[in-house]
Design a protein around this ligand. Structure first.
Ligand SMILES: [Zn+2]
Length: 174
């Protein structure tokens, strides 16, 4: 669909006063009908808007990133995972941080039941399972089913984490 003002062939045109506009023209279009008509009447060449278009796409992408980061932070704020604590809006190591690696190693290398491992670390079985699956421990953050790079330091290696995920899967632990 071609933008009525600049002629840009946009996949995502938007309508205003029944007129199709591209993202950029839509963004800058006035809200008052008479001014809007004048705005559209002043046609412009799509190439003149190229820089603006790139900038606008980057801007929207950044906005999205910012929103995700805020949401992720909001999530973190509610409760720090085992081994971390929250300080100044950031995840930092808690006193018990070394226990996290122990838990992962023990689960991987010792033939212990989840129950006895949980008891040893004063956790519930569900709490233990959550820890074993938590991407936070490799410095990432899971949000909306997507994995993002976190701003905090990891507590265990990705290799250890992946081995544990394999074992969980093999044992059919959900
Ligand atoms: Zn346009």
């Amino acid at each position: 669909m071609k933008c009525k003002k600049c002629g840009y062939d946009s996949k995502k045109t938007k309508q205003k006063f029944n007129i199709l506009l591209c993202d950029v023209c839509f963004h800058f279009s006035p809200n008052e009908k008479t001014v809007f008509d004048k705005y559209v009447a002043e046609e412009i060449d799509a190439s003149a808007l190229e820089t603006l278009r790139t900038y606008y796409i980057n801007f929207k992408e950044k906005q999205k990133q910012g929103m995700i980061q805020k949401a992720v932070k909001g999530n973190l704020m509610s409760r720090a995972p085992f081994g971390y604590k929250i300080s100044g809006g950031k995840l930092i190591l808690a006193e018990n941080f070394k226990e996290v690696e122990e838990i992962f190693e023990e689960f991987l290398n010792e033939e212990k039941s989840l129950r006895s491992l949980a008891e040893k670390h004063k956790l519930s079985v569900n709490g233990l399972k959550k820890i074993l699956r938590n991407f936070t421990y490799i410095g990432k953050i899971k949000f909306n089913n997507q994995i993002y790079e976190g701003e905090h330091g990891p507590l265990i290696s990705t290799t250890l984490f992946n081995h544990v995920q394999n074992k969980l899967e093999k044992l059919g632990i959900k």
